[in-house]
Ligand binder design. Structure first.
Ligand code: ATP
Length: 291
């Protein structure tokens, strides 16, 4: 099938190393999770990592809008049986691969287990060489969010200096830890007004989690509140590309550099299917953690 607006996949040699999957979540909406996903993915891509950005928010997807892309098909079409996963793939700026979702469609929570299996199969068929996959999740603690976080090797929780953001981040970390057995979470402060603010937010969150939860939080860093980021959103570009010397861009590059130094977890097979196969195992994992 020829897909003019989107990229039809060429078969190529599988990447030898496991694909690193980073899930970005937040608990509360509007804290900047999608901005973080887009700019982290773009910064990783610019640093030479073969990167795929996956939008899993079937309710309020907006990665394609943020990057000025016009998808012909989205993940929602895959679930509706209208296309193959490969038909949704877009080549974004500077070679970033993007799998868009669709706004106003069903949520991941409504998907049947066999639809997850279908997605597993579809991803394992995509023979695209990748180093990193960044997964932008919906806000909240819906089952789909937990499943994607569980399937990733690293989870970044984005917080900002609002009481609801901190309490919702705690609620998310709590369910990830208690229901999905996640033992480590990276915390990224967004929209900080001064250098100390991010660390203060982290300390606040860390105090409660260390008291009540069996999870290790790490401080990934902070992105300043930056007018250049807003301007980049208006231009439908990542700030790291539109305004590379903006304070937010410098911070994103630093975070991407640190993320690429994370130790690679042992991966059984070393491809995207590793990620997707973990997606269909949550029932067993939940059953184990509930026991
Ligand atoms: N560091 C920042 N500096 C300035 N503005 C920012 C920053 N981060 C995000 N924003 C702005 O905040 C708004 C919300 O950002 P974004 O859409 O990334 O949040 P979100 O958490 O993904 O939201 P949702 O939960 O609705 O998907 C956007 O208008 C964006 O431009």
């Amino acid at each position: 099938m020829t897909v003019p607006a989107q990229v039809a996949f060429q078969a190529s040699a599988p990447s030898p190393a496991p694909v690193r999957v980073i899930a970005v979540a937040s608990g509360k909406g509007g804290v900047g999770k999608t901005s973080v996903s887009v700019n982290l993915a773009m910064a990783l891509c610019n640093a030479g990592q073969r990167t795929l950005l996956l939008d899993t928010d079937l309710g309020l997807a907006n990665i394609d809008v943020m990057l000025g892309l016009s998808p012909r098909f989205t993940l929602a079409d895959v679930f509706a049986g209208r296309c193959e996963l490969r038909d949704t793939l877009l080549e974004g700026p500077r070679g970033l691969w993007v799998v868009p979702a669709a706004s106003g469609k069903r949520h991941m929570t409504e998907l049947l287990p066999q639809q997850h299996v279908g997605l597993v199969h579809a991803f394992s068929q995509l023979d695209v060489p990748l180093d990193v996959m960044v997964v932008d999740n919906a806000a909240g603690i819906a089952d789909g969010v937990l499943t994607f976080c569980q399937a990733a090797q690293d989870v970044i929780v984005v917080v900002c200096d609002e009481p609801a953001s901190v309490t919702d981040a705690y609620a998310l970390i709590k369910v990830l830890s208690r229901e999905r057995g996640i033992t480590r979470v990276q915390v990224l402060a967004n929209q900080v007004q001064h250098t100390g603010e991010g660390r203060q937010l982290f300390d606040k969150l860390e105090r409660v989690t260390s008291k009540f939860l069996d999870v290790t939080l790490s401080y990934l860093g902070a992105i300043p509140r930056d007018e250049w980021l807003r301007r980049a959103v208006q231009r439908q570009e990542a700030v790291v590309d539109a305004f590379p010397s903006a304070p937010a861009s410098v911070a994103f590059r630093d975070i991407a550099r640190r993320a690429s130094q994370w130790q690679s977890p042992p991966g059984p097979r070393g491809h995207v299917e590793f990620f997707m196969e973990r997606l269909i195992a949550p029932t067993g994992a939940s059953a184990r953690s509930a026991a």
